[in-house]
Structures are given as structure tokens and as C-alpha cells.
Design a protein around this ligand. Structure first.
Ligand SMILES: *[C@@H]1O[C@H](CO)[C@@H](O)[C@H](O)[C@H]1NC(C)=O
Ligand SMILES: *[C@@H]1O[C@H](CO)[C@@H](O)[C@H](O)[C@H]1NC(C)=O
Ligand SMILES: *[C@@H]1O[C@H](CO)[C@@H](O)[C@H](O)[C@H]1NC(C)=O
Ligand SMILES: *[C@@H]1O[C@H](CO)[C@@H](O)[C@H](O)[C@H]1NC(C)=O
Ligand SMILES: *[C@@H]1O[C@H](CO)[C@@H](O)[C@H](O)[C@H]1NC(C)=O
Ligand SMILES: *[C@@H]1O[C@H](CO)[C@@H](O)[C@H](O)[C@H]1NC(C)=O
Ligand SMILES: *[C@@H]1O[C@H](CO)[C@@H](O)[C@H](O)[C@H]1NC(C)=O
Ligand SMILES: *[C@@H]1O[C@H](CO)[C@@H](O)[C@H](O)[C@H]1NC(C)=O
Ligand SMILES: *[C@@H]1O[C@H](CO)[C@@H](O)[C@H](O)[C@H]1NC(C)=O
Length: 423
């Protein structure tokens, strides 16, 4: 039993230690002029002795499955290395480690690379199957876009995948750089830029390149043409500042939309009543008046949808010089009124004076009576009455013996006060 177990183990180890080559990775996309690592381990039966280790690449016209040995990329017999690969390789050359580095790759290096071991025994030759496929990325990059929608437009919420690749292959190992409208997107460092739910903010031109080589970028930009209903609808007022009566005024309905807005509507809210007032992008008032006071808003509409702006309040200001004019007119009219009152008094007095001559009456008394008539005094409001005093210059006829004067003033001029009460 014990011996059988030993025998099995020996057989197993012999089986494990049979011919094998394992490659990693199986496929490489490398950028021109860069270096690539072919990671590789191998094994062979213990009883055999290694004669030659080699990496080869079948020529274009040969079978690509490793059945035909093409050109020597690396060979333990250095003289057999093909001219194209001399000085460009570094072989690990350690026990069972067949890793190879290939420097300064070019487009002509494209192909499948195989590792082969040969021993001294007649049938002791083995090529690791499959090999490593090398693609050389020929710059410039190009951006390709994939969406769920085969044909049709991209709308907000759709999923979009942008891939940075060359015509031949997609580089995976290198750190990438993505640009939106020529501005770096710092968080995007992969060859694939996935946007699971696009928004209107994602609209723009995209390009890509390598992080550590700014000259290795995509030749063209790709437009991520996200379609969206109008956003940020707002009103711009020209001219800005206070709106003076009589001036022209233009309101512009501003928005961000893709495709462009096709229909605009203008509304005015006055005393809670909304009225439709226009259908152009701009709404103009040639000469503003206080009738234009009110709230205004616009609606922008495209194929996708519409949005209303917030309402703005317009207040037309009456020019301040007109206020001055009004005040001046009021003052002037008031003065005129006062003058008229005075003029009226003078006329009246003159009338009495002319009436007095033939009737021989004492005019002073009459005048006094007349003056006192103006004193409409309400006794109950004595405290808070305002007295408007108007002076009238009364020229009385000189005293005569038959008509004596009650006061002693010699010049015959008396100032009477015209008093009026106001409560
Ligand atoms: C390889 O490198 C050596 C030393 O750097 C140089 O002398 C030789 O010419 C190179 N051979 C090729 C084929 O480039
Ligand atoms: C093989 O050799 C290469 C280069 O010397 C080294 O980087 C790698 O780690 C080695 N692989 C193993 C499995 O030892
Ligand atoms: C890399 O290879 C190209 C040809 O493919 C050659 O012109 C260039 O000089 C090489 N660069 C280096 C550093 O060997
Ligand atoms: C890489 O692209 C070039 C240019 O289009 C083409 O000629 C070549 O066949 C491509 N190579 C591979 C491996 O696809
Ligand atoms: C995208 O690129 C096109 C063509 O160069 C240009 O007309 C357009 O204005 C660009 N768009 C943006 C958002 O930069
Ligand atoms: C960019 O950097 C990576 C790793 O840092 C390196 O492998 C690659 O060769 C570099 N490429 C260029 C073009 O410098
Ligand atoms: C960057 O890429 C350009 C274009 O492929 C290449 O000519 C240049 O040598 C690269 N620079 C570096 C530092 O790798
Ligand atoms: C938008 O405008 C077009 C032409 O100006 C008109 O035919 C259409 O009826 C308008 N649509 C709406 C919803 O107002
Ligand atoms: C936009 O304004 C119109 C006209 O007043 C109104 O019918 C509509 O409901 C408004 N839309 C929204 C989203 O408020």
C-alpha cells in the first residue's frame, strides 16, 4: 500500500513536470515605441536536458498556431536571433522563467509570439500552445461611442460608453486622459469612459490620450450630442437698470437647449391676470409707460419639452425732472391763485371806493366790514386753527371834516390783515 502511494506520487509528479508553457497575458496591445512584457513560465520532464530556449514569431504567410517556427525573436543561441530583434529583447533566463521583454515595438512587431523548448532527446521539443498575441497601437487615438440606441438621438438618462482606441487595438494598461471640450476630466483614467446616465452637462466634444504623453492624443473629437429640453430659461432686460418712462425696452428669453428652442412665448401678469403677449425670442416695447408695469415671464420650447422662466417685475419710473416740473407748476398755480385773490380784493376795494364818492358813505367802515366777513371763525375749533394771513394795502381817501378818521395816521395808508381760518 505504502509503495503504491509512492509510485502514484512519482507518476503524478512526472505528469505535472511534463511539458508545459504558460503565458500571461494572452493578448497585448502596445503603443508604438513602448516596451512590452511577455510573462511566461515553463516546465519539462526531469529526465530531459535543455538544449535551446527560444521565442519565435510565425511569419505573416505561415500558420499562426505555432506549428511552423518563424523568425527567432529570442534564442539561447544568440547568433540565431533575427536582425529585427537583436538588442531589443531581455530574456529572464532563470529557472523555468521564460519571461521576455521587447523594447521599442513597432507596427511590424504585430503578430503571435511562442515560446519553445528543445531538449537533446529526439522528440523532446515543445512549443507552448496559443502564444501571446501582440497588437501595436498605431497613433493617433480615436474615440468611439456606444449607446443602447442603435439609431437615434441620445437623451438625458441614456447610458453612453466612450472608448479610446487606435485602429488596431485598445490599450488597457496605460493610464489614459480624457478631455471634454479640451478640458481634462481628472477622474477618467481608463481607456473606457462610461457614463451610465447622461445629463445635459455631458454635452460636448470628447477626446482622449495618454496621461504621460501629451503628444499621444486622439486626432478628432467626438460630439456627445445629448438632447434635452430647455434649461435655465431666464429673461435678460436691455438696457439694464431703471426703466425710464418713454424709453425703449427689450426683454430677451435666454435658455440652454438641444436642439435649439423653436417656440418662444411671452406672458404678462397684471393683477393676477396672465396674458399672452408675444412669440419671438425678444419682446420689445418701443416707448415704455406705466401701463407696462407688471410681471413678465417667457416659455422656451423645443422638440423635447419646454420650460418657463421665473417671472420678473418691471416698474417704469416717471422721470425725476417731470416731478420737478410738476412741483414747479403746482407752486406757480398756487402763487397765481394767491395773486388772484389779492387782485380780487383790490378790485373789490376799488369798486367800493368808486361807489363811495357819490353816496358819501364812510368807506373805512365798509371795508372793515368786508374784511371781517372773511373771518369765518368756528368757535369750537379755536385751539387748532391755522391762520392764513394776507396783507392788503388799502389807500383811504384823505380825512375830511365831514368824515372824521378814527385813527390818527396821517398818511392815510392802513394795513389790514385778511385773515382766514382753517381747522
Ligand atoms: C546592439 O547593441 C550593441 C551595443 O550597444 C551595438 O554595438 C550593436 O550594434 C547593436 N546591434 C543592433 C543590431 O542594433
Ligand atoms: C521572471 O523573470 C522576470 C524578469 O526577471 C521577473 O520580472 C518575473 O517576476 C519572473 N517571474 C517569475 C514567475 O518568477
Ligand atoms: C525604435 O525603432 C524605430 C524603428 O521602428 C527606430 O527608428 C528608433 O530609432 C528606435 N528607437 C530606439 C530608442 O531604439
Ligand atoms: C493595424 O492597422 C493598420 C492600418 O489600418 C492595418 O494595416 C493593420 O493590418 C492593422 N493590424 C492589425 C493587426 O489589425
Ligand atoms: C465641437 O466641435 C465642433 C467641431 O469642431 C464645433 O463646431 C463645436 O462648436 C464644438 N462644440 C463644443 C461644445 O465645443
Ligand atoms: C506611460 O507610463 C506607463 C507607466 O507609467 C509606461 O508603461 C508607458 O511606457 C508610458 N508611455 C509613454 C508613451 O511614455
Ligand atoms: C509620445 O507620443 C509621441 C507620438 O506617438 C511619440 O512620438 C513620443 O515619442 C512619445 N513620447 C514619450 C515620452 O513617450
Ligand atoms: C411652434 O412654432 C411653429 C412655427 O413658428 C408653429 O407652427 C407651431 O405651431 C408652434 N408650436 C407650438 C406648440 O406653439
Ligand atoms: C408655464 O406657463 C404656462 C403659461 O402660463 C402655463 O400654462 C404652464 O403650466 C407653465 N408651466 C410650468 C411648468 O409652470
Amino acid at each position: 500500500m505504502f509503495y503504491i502511494s509512492i509510485l502514484l506520487q512519482l507518476l503524478l509528479s512526472a505528469a505535472v513536470a511534463s511539458w508545459s508553457v504558460s503565458y500571461s497575458p494572452r493578448s497585448i496591445c502596445a503603443i508604438e515605441r513602448s516596451s512590452v512584457d511577455f510573462s511566461c513560465t515553463f516546465d519539462y520532464p526531469h529526465h530531459s536536458t535543455l538544449k535551446t530556449t527560444k521565442w519565435f514569431k510565425p511569419e505573416a504567410h505561415q500558420n499562426q498556431d505555432g506549428s511552423q517556427v518563424g523568425i527567432s525573436v529570442y534564442n539561447s543561441e544568440a547568433a540565431k536571433i533575427h536582425q529585427l530583434y537583436k538588442n531589443r529583447t531581455a530574456y529572464a533566463n532563470k529557472d523555468k522563467n521564460c519571461s521576455l521583454q521587447l523594447h521599442n515595438v513597432s507596427k511590424s512587431d504585430t503578430g503571435t509570439y511562442f515560446f519553445r523548448i528543445e531538449t537533446y532527446s529526439l522528440y523532446g521539443k515543445y512549443t507552448g500552445p496559443g502564444g501571446i498575441n501582440l497588437n501595436v497601437a498605431v497613433l493617433p487615438f480615436r474615440v468611439t461611442m456606444k449607446t443602447q440606441k442603435v439609431n437615434g438621438h441620445i437623451h438625458e438618462g441614456d447610458s453612453v460608453t466612450l472608448t479610446c482606441s487606435t485602429e488596431n487595438c485598445t490599450l488597457k494598461q496605460e493610464p489614459f486622459a480624457w478631455f471634454k471640450n479640451q478640458h481634462l476630466i481628472p477622474e477618467a483614467t481608463d481607456s473606457v469612459l462610461q457614463i451610465t446616465s447622461v445629463s445635459h452637462d455631458d454635452f460636448g466634444n470628447y477626446s482622449c490620450g495618454l496621461k504621460n504623453n501629451s503628444s499621444a492624443t486622439s486626432a478628432d473629437e467626438i460630439l456627445l450630442d445629448v438632447r434635452y429640453s430647455p434649461k435655465n430659461v431666464k429673461i435678460a432686460v436691455f438696457p439694464s437698470g431703471k426703466i425710464q418712462e418713454g424709453n425703449s425696452l427689450t426683454l430677451i428669453c435666454m435658455s440652454n437647449a438641444n436642439p435649439a428652442v423653436t417656440n418662444y412665448s411671452w406672458f404678462m401678469i397684471k393683477e393676477a391676470y396672465v396674458s399672452y403677449i408675444g412669440s419671438d425670442r425678444e419682446f420689445s416695447i418701443k416707448s415704455t409707460s406705466q401701463n407696462d408695469d407688471g410681471q413678465y415671464f417667457c416659455t422656451a420650447k423645443n422638440d423635447i419639452g419646454s420650460q418657463n422662466s421665473t417671472a420678473i417685475a418691471l416698474k417704469v419710473e416717471v422721470p425725476s425732472h417731470r416731478n420737478v416740473l410738476l412741483t414747479a407748476t403746482a407752486v406757480f398755480l398756487f402763487l397765481m391763485a394767491v395773486l388772484l385773490v389779492m387782485f380780487g380784493l383790490i378790485i373789490r376795494r376799488k369798486r367800493f371806493t368808486s361807489k363811495k364818492q357819490p353816496t358819501e358813505q364812510t368807506p373805512a367802515v365798509t371795508v372793515t366790514e368786508e374784511i371781517y366777513e372773511n373771518l369765518r371763525k368756528s368757535p369750537e375749533s379755536e385751539e387748532n386753527l391755522t391762520i392764513y394771513v394776507t396783507y392788503a394795502d388799502l389807500r383811504l381817501p384823505p380825512s375830511t371834516p365831514d368824515r372824521p378818521r378814527c385813527n390818527s395816521q396821517e398818511d392815510g395808508t392802513v394795513i389790514y390783515s385778511l385773515l382766514s381760518y382753517k381747522d
